[in-house]
Design a protein around this ligand. Structure first.
Ligand code: T6T
Length: 324
């Protein structure tokens, strides 16, 4: 290509509306990653994303909200839009409230892929609903994850007794689906009574207090499902504070640092580890593909590893414990 043509092309790319900062070199798109909150799950996701970005030789922007809240995530989203990345990888903190800000980002020429959580019904590119414009969704099958948790807790308590779900807050696609899957599966266990779900606003201390309050009302509580990192950490702490370690069975979603000790001590019976590094890795791979004009799958499941006393020392299992 002659020097004159290259200058012409460069000029055209830079002036293109919504052109990302690196649009000058479409081969090196800029990807922005915006998680939900400061926690080991998302720091592990970042490492997977950085691995893919290195392989692809692309720039990865990253910023993480301090707390799980639209008031934290949306301002960062808007700041990213101003930087005009080619693709935004985001874990929307609310299914409905993030539709409009993401639609605005797409209107500014930024491609959207969601990781871990989704907007609207999570079914993208099907022409249905206000939130089908993202190109792909890379995450766990959280409904199935909830069923796995229910089956594990039912087994741990011998198929009878009272249990409940300790959750973050309503409106989050991932944790809502886990509870939905849990409740569905528990219908197959008629001797198990499921109490109302308790919410902790992603605060482990509040989760621990919730356990104490539920135990005060239900001294025969047999089990708790901690629906995500902070809910699980708080549920375990609440059971410990009540001196019920091993008596009240605890099943948690996510594998925070130290989960191996909690499983070995019998405080936690089962941990359902997600694969956040794979979410970050494939999120970036799909983002680069889309930026280079390739067609990408509208969804990708990343699977689980179920951890318990029988396998927690195996290296092929331990590798899925998250790290900060
Ligand atoms: O459980 C993960 C994530 O999958 C969920 O969407 C939100 O909570 C976590 O980040 C854990 O804090």
């Amino acid at each position: 290509m002659s020097a004159f043509c290259r200058v012409l092309l460069l000029g055209a790319l830079l002036l293109a509306p919504g052109a990302g900062p690196a649009a000058a070199d479409a081969d090196k798109p800029v990807i922005a990653l915006l998680p939900g909150v400061v926690d080991p799950f998302y720091f592990t996701m970042r490492r997977g994303a950085e691995k893919a970005a290195k392989e692809e030789g692309v720039q990865l922007l990253f910023q993480i909200p301090k707390t799980w809240n639209t008031t934290e995530q949306v301002p960062i989203l808007r700041a990213f839009v101003a930087k005009k990345p080619d693709v935004l990888l985001i874990a929307p903190v609310d299914k409905q409230q993030l539709i409009r800000p993401l639609k605005e980002a797409q209107g500014a020429g930024i491609k959207i892929i969601t990781v871990d959580t989704f907007i609207d019904d999570g079914k993208y590119q099907d022409g249905k609903g206000p939130g089908d414009f993202p190109l792909s969704f890379v995450a766990s099958d959280n409904t199935e994850g909830g069923r796995i948790a229910a089956r594990a807790l039912a087994k741990a308590i011998g198929g009878k007794g009272t249990v409940y779900c300790e959750n973050n807050k309503p409106g989050i696609s991932s944790t809502d689906q886990r509870v939905q899957g849990f409740l569905e599966e528990m219908k197959a266990h008629p001797d198990i009574k499921v109490l109302a779900t308790q919410y902790n606003e992603d605060d482990a201390n509040r989760a621990a207090s919730n356990v104490s309050a539920v135990l005060a009302r239900n001294p025969n509580l047999a089990g708790v499902f901690g629906v995500n990192t902070f809910s699980g950490m708080g549920a375990a702490e609440g059971v410990k504070r009540a001196g019920k370690t091993g008596k009240v069975k605890v099943v948690v979603f996510d594998a925070v640092p130290g989960i191996d000790k909690q499983i070995k001590s019998g405080l936690v019976d089962i941990a359902i580890a997600q694969k956040p590094a794979d979410m970050g890795y494939w999120g970036v791979k799909y983002a680069v593909g889309a930026a280079r004009g390739k067609k990408i799958p509208t969804e990708r499941g990343t699977g689980f590893v179920v951890m318990d006393k029988s396998n927690i020392d195996r290296p092929d299992v331990r590798q899925y414990i998250y790290s900060n």
